[in-house]
Design a binder for this molecule. Sequence first.
Ligand SMILES: Cc1cc2nc3c(=O)[nH]c(=O)nc-3n(C[C@H](O)[C@H](O)[C@H](O)COP(=O)(O)OP(=O)(O)OC[C@H]3O[C@@H](n4cnc5c(N)ncnc54)[C@H](O)[C@@H]3O)c2cc1C
Length: 430
Amino acid sequence: MRASRFAASYGARVAVAESGRFGGTCVNVGCIPKKLFSYAAHYREDFAVAKSFGWMLGEPKFDWRTLVVNKDREIARLNGVYESVLAKAGAKILHARAKVIDAHTVEAGGERYTARHILVATGAWPQVPQIPGRELAITSNEAFFLAKLPRRALVVGGGYIALEFASIFNGLGVQTTLAYRGPRLLRGFDADLGERITEEMGKKGIDIRLQTNPAKLDPGIRVTYEGGATQQADLVMFATGRKPNTAALGLENAGVKLAAGGAVAVNEFSQSSVDSIHAIGDVTDRLNLTPVATAEGMALAKTLFRNEPTPVDHVNVPTAVFSDPNLAAVGLSEEAARKRYGQVDVYKTAFRALKLTLGMHEERTFMKLVVDAASQRVVGAHMIGPDAGEIIQGIAIAVKLGATKAQFDATIGIHPTAAEEFVTMREKAD
Ligand SMILES: Cc1cc2nc3c(=O)[nH]c(=O)nc-3n(C[C@H](O)[C@H](O)[C@H](O)COP(=O)(O)OP(=O)(O)OC[C@H]3O[C@@H](n4cnc5c(N)ncnc54)[C@H](O)[C@@H]3O)c2cc1C
């Protein structure tokens, strides 16, 4: 979408082949419906909080069909918007699966098209481990269209999609288990975040089982874990990784090198081993996030059609996990910072958000700054708590600009907010 639109605006003649619905994963089975579901799930707690502010409500009741129908209507609207934006930009739209034939030829809908440049932006697809009974399980793709909510769900995985769906199911009243084969959730994030989110999600009622991995599924659904323990679930969802969509795309025949795992191997300008073929987004398996894919698309359009070679800077990309509570981070984890800089200063704070102080809520907001001791630059900012993504987005600008801890401290807070804690942390953690 973004690469085509920008390329067209720089004067290129563009055709886009899309075999599914416009907007890709993010709009149809990713970020957008996921966040809508996450809002829905959070209402349960919001109703409880409202009571502590004096609001008397009847027993709230949740209707899954209403949520799915309303979500589908909004997504259909977005599909239309995306397609018409492309058409207005002057791109030729092909509703077809495309296949690369050679360095300058693509086949789509039974026709062959030649072009000076070919861009592969085919995304990725969820992977389910090869265990007996795997066909009984679903992935995030299906979770958005369930006919009804299960009574008991097992979500398998320890990454952001697993945490988000476990929180969604739990918030909507499903008895939820989260099983992860590793010792800590959210590998790659700061260890404090992984440990504390396990605690917070556990407090909200999710049965979190670490170092636990299903070995087989039998109809029912009866889950047998490695080690022999069993569990009954009405729904099993695997969120155990995604694989780049390069199968049967004709890339190898055209001479395009794929990395292990099937991603298109590209250089900093998103160029593959074949000069005229580029690739961006999840199919390159660099940083699999929508704003990164769109940034890569815009950079490529500038490189190819505005004569401005533009690499994409993948450093200090902020990211959020819309679990309950939310979590977000930018920059380095403490572990990564210690590896890179040797000596680091760490600042941490944990507290109950003001909005939760009138009730019996146990959720704790957590914030952490990681500072390179030598330069005093803030090299990592981490948070668990309401609106973590909204807050870290602002902090990310400061981190990207290389702000020092003293500059954070010189910034006056907005009171009373949670975000102000990021500019008032004075005590170094041990
Ligand atoms: C459950 C879930 C939640 C997510 N949440 C977030 C989030 O909150 N924030 C975030 O930043 N990212 C999130 N992501 C990741 C985000 O969706 C992806 O990083 C982003 O969509 C990548 O964009 P892309 O253009 O590379 O690929 P995609 O969006 O996957 O688009 C690829 C498109 O190519 C089409 N296609 C594939 N093969 C062919 C072919 N041969 N011919 C024609 N068309 C083809 C597909 O139909 C698809 O429309 C989430 C992903 C998932 C699965």
